[in-house]
Design a binder for this molecule. Structure first.
Ligand code: MN
Length: 253
């Protein structure tokens, strides 16, 4: 298997190295990642300036490519330039921090997998939940390898990707794997207003999670239960329930 690996935490992120090492036994792994952290960059791409690719080495001595682009740029450059169009699978991660519910649209990690799905590759985004201290990427790396094998054996539907979240727990405390649906996540207190030394206001975007009982079967719920969450995601974001009622709106006047 030829596997394209990227992330949004940047080429030096420990989660990227852990995932590269976990996937190498399955085939050839091409690591193409942003030269600097690009978290919360969403699905942005670079159109108005040139992109560079620099060959370098990961801390374990293996070859990798750092790009000046976003995670989505890395997928395009990785597939077309580095891999000359021949890839079987894409992984993005392991991200330091969860990507649950509506956070999917902010995430550079997930956007890379979305880009992979658009380009026709079976694609997976992997994240480990924040725990405030040192992260252990090993359980997520191990599960990623298992999932890669499952995709190789079962295939994946076109225009879909998988969004994986792993609890920040040692292997023995993870209670299993749930195939979930995308949950809800909303933030409150989103703006932190401060004043600079010249008396002018400036703002930090932050926000704390709105307390809500997570719906059963959702990614948010699985993580609360100390289980690995795997959400199949479709590129089609259409709200089908609105198509019929909206046809009655007589929009043509
Ligand atoms: Mn990140």
């Amino acid at each position: 298997m030829r596997i394209l690996l990227t992330n949004d935490d940047g080429i030096y992120a420990p989660g990227l190295l852990a995932l590269a090492q976990a996937l190498r036994p399955l085939g050839e792994v091409f690591v193409v990642a942003p030269e600097r952290p690009r978290s919360a960059s969403g699905h942005s791409i670079t159109l108005h300036k040139p992109l560079r690719i620099e060959e370098m080495r990961l801390p374990d001595g293996q070859r990798a490519w750092a790009t000046s682009g976003t995670p989505a740029d890395c997928v395009t450059l990785g597939l077309d330039v580095v891999m000359e169009g021949r890839a079987d699978l894409l992984f993005s991660g392991i991200n330091a921090g969860s990507n649950l519910g509506w956070d999917l649209t902010y995430s550079g990690t997930v956007a890379a997998a979305i880009e992979g799905a658009i380009l026709g590759l079976p694609s997976v985004a992997v994240s480990v939940v924040e725990n405030g201290s040192d992260r252990d990427f090993e359980p997520a790396a191990r599960f990623s390898r298992r999932l890669a094998e499952a995709i190789r054996d079962n295939g994946m539907e076109r225009w879909t990707l998988l969004n994986v979240n792993v609890p920040a727990l040692p292997q023995e405390r993870i209670r299993g794997v749930t195939v979930t649906h995308q949950g809800r996540r909303q933030y409150v207190d989103r703006i932190d207003r401060r004043v600079d030394p010249w008396g002018r206001a400036y703002y930090w975007l932050r926000g704390s999670l709105k307390e809500e009982t997570p719906d059963e079967g959702s990614d948010v719920h699985a993580i609360l239960e100390d289980r690995i969450s795997v959400t199949p995601v479709h590129l089609d974001m259409t709200a089908y329930s609105l198509i019929a009622p909206m046809r009655e709106w007589k929009l043509e006047g």
